[in-house]
Design a protein around this ligand. Structure first.
Ligand SMILES: Cc1cc2nc3c(=O)[nH]c(=O)nc-3n(C[C@H](O)[C@H](O)[C@H](O)COP(=O)(O)OP(=O)(O)OC[C@H]3O[C@@H](n4cnc5c(N)ncnc54)[C@H](O)[C@@H]3O)c2cc1C
Length: 420
């Protein structure tokens, strides 16, 4: 592929992906597996693994298989056998779900994986030089059938295909006309603790419902436990959000009735982990009417469908996006530097490929964003409503657990028919 400089600061690259997170790296690797190189621009100086870990479901493992890294990640993360939900109001177990027994869509491969290991697994399979660090995109300019990206360091990069995988504050999504992601009024705190010895917890996703919060603890491997706490901060709570010591005290007070071994792990979590992140999502109607692609530009991952973490599907669906997007571009048989084809014809081929991707992903995105919002609201007791908490613990818990599993029963397909 052409990488010549037209001026001292303007590079030319056929496909540019903005963001080296889950969606950007999966897209780049999917393309690479199909023999299509790309350039990934990342604003940080290294891979950013904010949030410690990700719960990954059946759909994520299908996507990881498709890009050929599942076998690298499996041995490092335990296979979770099921989910146990307990009400911390009544102290009763409200639902148990097996991930091993074959349900309607078959058994679910579910693991909680370290973000760092996921990003490394994807990045290590890319040719060196694919990721350009310290490359923050600050502006996008039209230039005939191409786009020119302006970086914070003054570099300009001209490209025939621009893919925005730049997360919840995406500049590419803004260029496509999407509004900033909306705040839902809830926040999350996450932590991860590696013990010296085996923690002894069963390989299960342990979930706890309170009157106005949800918490969970999940083994990553036999020594490491990931935990989370989601809540709706009151105006007083908002002040606390910048004070890790107060946040820790608050979480431990809320989890007073939690089984002591998990509480001890949270007590031993370092103070700097106690950061509260406000949860954001994209309104489903924006996804229905908005431009997921426009000409030779599109978005994937959180740039497309930021969602609340209540299904554990944001990252999993970012993996799906990467596979589908790479397949659509691959199917268009892009020989982007084909001199015999006019620029306009080439642009049309790219446009069609991205439209196909957008059509495949629109309803899946709407479904996940909406379901996550609804599930999250009920799971957290409708923001402290005693009635909602009662119905949740008495009747809805098995339904909610089943719904989470159902949404993961999705196969994004292979990179191409005869691949793998
Ligand atoms: C509390 C919480 C818990 C979650 N739990 C789960 C879970 O259990 N399972 C799950 O599947 N998902 C989960 N998610 C969702 C998941 O974290 C995201 O969906 C996923 O990280 C999205 O990946 P991405 O690559 O699209 O975006 P990101 O991971 O945000 O990556 C975007 C990348 O783009 C870079 N970037 C941004 N702007 C620019 C720019 N202008 N120029 C260059 N680079 C740029 C960033 O530095 C970053 O590296 C959770 C989210 C939250 C908030």
């Amino acid at each position: 592929m052409e990488t010549t400089s037209t001026t001292t600061t303007t590079l030319v690259k056929d496909i540019v992906i903005v963001g080296a997170g889950v969606s950007g790296l999966t897209t780049a690797l999917g393309l690479q597996r199909l023999g299509i190189p790309s350039l990934v621009l990342e604003s940080s100086d290294k891979l950013r693994a904010t949030g410690f870990a990700l719960l990954t479901w059946k759909n994520a493992w299908k996507a990881l298989e498709a890009v050929g890294v599942a076998h690298i990640l499996r041995p490092k993360h335990v296979h979770l056998h099921g989910n146990v939900t307990t009400s911390l109001i009544t102290g009763q177990q409200t639902s148990t779900v097996s991930f091993i027994e074959k349900g309607k869509g078959g058994a679910s491969e579910t693991r909680c994986i370290k973000r760092e290991l996921l990003l490394e697994a994807l990045a290590n399979e890319l040719p060196s030089g694919t990721i350009r660090y310290l490359s923050k995109v600050v502006a996008i300019e039209e230039s005939g059938f191409s786009k020119i990206l302006h970086l914070a360091d003054g570099t300009s990069i001209k490209t025939k295909v621009l893919i925005g995988c730049d997360g919840v504050n995406s500049v590419v999504a803004r260029w496509l006309g999407f509004k900033a992601a909306a705040f839902v009024g809830r926040s999350a705190i996450r932590g991860c603790t590696e013990l010296k010895n085996n923690h002894g917890f069963e390989h299960k996703f342990m979930q706890f419902f309170g009157d106005d919060f949800r918490a969970g603890a999940i083994p990553i491997d036999d020594k490491t436990l990931y935990w989370f706490f989601t809540w709706t901060p009151s105006p007083q709570g908002k002040e606390m959000e910048d004070n890790p010591a107060k946040l820790k005290q608050f979480v431990l007070e809320k989890l007073e009735k939690l089984q002591s071994d998990i509480r001890t792990v949270i007590e031993n979590t370092e103070l700097h982990s106690f950061m509260s992140s406000p949860l954001r999502y994209r309104h489903p109607w924006e996804l229905l009417f908005g431009n997921i692609s426009k000409g030779n530009v599109c978005v994937a991952g959180d740039a497309l469908h930021p969602m609340t973490p209540d299904l554990g599907q944001g990252g999993c669906s970012a993996l799906e996006d990467g596979v589908v997007l790479a397949r659509c571009l691959g199917e268009a048989s892009l020989s982007l530097s084909n001199n015999e084809e006019g620029e306009e014809q080439e642009y049309k081929r790219i446009e069609e490929a991205l439209m196909k991707y957008a059509n495949e992903r629109r309803w899946r995105s709407i479904d996940l964003v909406t379901s996550a919002y609804v599930v999250g609201t009920i799971q957290e007791g409708g923001g402290g409503s005693k009635l909602v908490s009662f119905f949740r613990d008495k009747f809805l818990a098995p339904f909610l657990a089943g719904l989470v599993l159902k949404k993961s029963d999705f196969d994004c397909g292979k990179l191409k028919e005869d691949y793998n």
